[in-house]
Design a protein around this ligand. Structure first.
Ligand code: KG4
Ligand code: ZN
Length: 349
C-alpha cells in the first residue's frame, strides 16, 4: 500500500510516500531563511509559501519516486496542531487529491506523527513513554498503541524548543536557534549551578520553562559582552559556549527529571520514545539513552532528519492508520495550536 503524506503545519512544506511501512521518497522545502528575517515564523508568509511550493513538490516527488499519481492508495495530512492558515494549505490540497482520486484520506495529529516517526527505522514497542519536545510543544504521553495516546504532562508556558529559540534571539543568533545553541554547548563546559531546573520541585509531570528563560535573560543583561557579533564569532567565544552548555544542560536535566518521574509512576513502561525537533539535541539524546540503559529498557530516538518537521512521519502514520481501517470524511477540520486534536476517525471495521 502506498500512502502520500503532506506536512504544512508550520514553516516546512513537505511531501513523502511510504510504501508498506518503508519510506519510498520524501521532499521538503524549508522557509526558515525567510522567517529568520523576522526572528520567528510569520503565519501569513508561511501560508503563502506553502501555497507557492506544494504543487511543485508534488510533481517533483513522483519523479523522484519513479511513480505515477495514480499509484497512490491513500492520503494522509497533518491536520494540527499548528498555524491554522498553514495547515489549511496542506489539508485543502490533500482533500482535493483524495476527492479526485476517490481514495481514502486521513487527518493526522502532527504530535503523534512525530512520536511514531521512529517506526520507519525500528520496531516500536508499547506501552511507551512518549517525550515530545518541539518548537511549539513539550508533552509527555503514555502511548498504549499507535492510536491511543494519553497525555500525562505538558508545558504551562514556553515549549522546550521555544526556550532554545528565545535564548538564541537574546544572543542575536539566527532563528531557529536550537541547532546552533546545541553546537555551541558542545564546545563549552556546563556549570550546573548557573541556571535552575525550572518547575521540578513539585510532583507534577507538567513543565514551565519561563523561569529558566528569565534567568538566562538576567545573566545576559549582566554580561552583555557575551553577545556575539556573528555566528562565527559565537563559535570562538569560550564564555558564550560555556553559558550555552549551562543552559542546554538545564533544559536537558529538566526533561530527564520529568521523564524519570513518569517512569516511576508507570512501572509497566520499559520503552521511551523521544521525538520532535529538540530530540535532535545531542545531549538530550545521550542522557535519555543513559536513563533507559540504567533501567534496562529501550530508548527509541529517530535519526535527526526525522526529528524536525517532515512528511515521512505523516505518510507513515497515515499508512498505519489506513491499514487499521481508519479514515476521515472530507469534512474533517484543521486544528490550530492550543486546541486538542479530536480522534474523530471513521472506521471501516
Ligand atoms: O518539531 P519541529 O521541527 O517543529 C515544531 O513542530 O515545532 O521543532 C523545531 C524546534 C525549534 O524550536 C528548534 O530550535 C528546535 O526544534 N531544535 C533544537 C535542535 N534542533 C532543532 N533544539 C535543541 N537542539 C537541537 N539540536
Ligand atoms: Zn513538529
Amino acid at each position: 500500500m502506498l500512502c502520500l503524506g503532506i506536512e504544512s503545519s508550520c514553516d516546512e512544506t513537505a511531501l513523502a510516500i511510504v510504501q508498506d511501512g518503508t519510506l519510498r521518497a520524501s521532499l521538503l522545502a524549508t522557509q526558515a531563511e525567510i522567517h529568520a528575517l523576522f526572528g520567528g515564523v510569520v503565519p501569513e508568509i508561511a501560508s503563502r509559501e506553502h501555497y507557492r511550493f506544494i504543487g511543485m513538490l508534488y510533481d517533483a516527488l513522483f519523479q523522484k519516486a519513479n511513480l505515477s499519481p495514480t499509484d497512490i492508495d491513500c492520503y494522509a495530512v497533518s491536520r494540527g496542531p499548528g498555524l491554522l492558515g498553514a495547515l489549511l494549505v496542506g489539508v485543502g490540497f490533500a482533500k482535493g487529491l483524495a476527492l479526485a482520486a476517490n481514495k481514502p484520506l486521513i487527518g493526522i495529529n502532527h504530535l503523534h506523527a512525530h512520536l511514531l516517526a521512529a517506526g520507519l527505522e525500528q520496531e516500536l514497542i508499547f506501552p511507551a513513554l512518549g517525550v515530545l519536545v518541539s518548537g511549539g510543544h513539550t508533552h509527555l504521553y503514555r502511548i498504549e498503541s499507535v492510536e491511543n495516546f494519553i497525555l500525562l504532562g505538558r508545558t504551562l508556558d514556553d515549549a522546550a524548543g521555544e526556550a532554545f529559540d528565545k535564548v538564541a534571539k537574546m544572543l542575536h543568533l539566527p532563528y531557529p536557534g536550537g541547532h546552533l545553541l546545541d553546537t555551541l554547548a558542545q564546545k563549552g563546559q556546563s556549570n550546573k549551578k548557573l541556571f535552575p531546573r525550572p518547575y521540578t520541585h513539585n510532583d507534577t509531570l507538567d513543565f514551565s520553562f519561563s523561569g529558566l528563560k528569565t534567568a538566562v535573560s538576567t545573566y545576559i543583561a549582566q554580561h552583555s559582552e557575551i553577545i556575539p557579533k556573528s555566528a562565527e564569532d559565537a563559535l570562538n567565544s569560550t564564555v558564550l559556549c560555556n553559558m550555552c552548555a549551562s543552559f542546554n544542560t538545564a533544559v536537558v536535566d529538566t526533561l530527564c527529571i520529568k521523564a524519570k518521574r513518569a517512569l516511576a509512576q508507570h512501572t509497566d513502561i520499559h520503552t521511551l520514545i523521544l521525538a520532535g525537533g529538540v530530540a535532535a539535541n545531542s545531549l538530550l539524546r545521550q542522557n535519555m539513552q543513559q536513563l533507559m540503559q540504567i533501567r534496562e529498557g529501550r530508548c527509541i530516538v529517530p535519526s535527526p532528519a526525522l526529528c524536525t518537521d517532515n512528511a515521512a512521519m505523516v505518510a507513515y502514520t497515515g499508512w498505519l492508520y489506513t491499514k487499521a481501517g481508519l479514515y476521515h470524511n472530507l469534512d474533517f477540520e484543521a486544528v490550530p495550536r492550543g486546541r486538542t486534536v479530536p480522534t474523530d476517525y471513521q472506521n471501516i471495521g
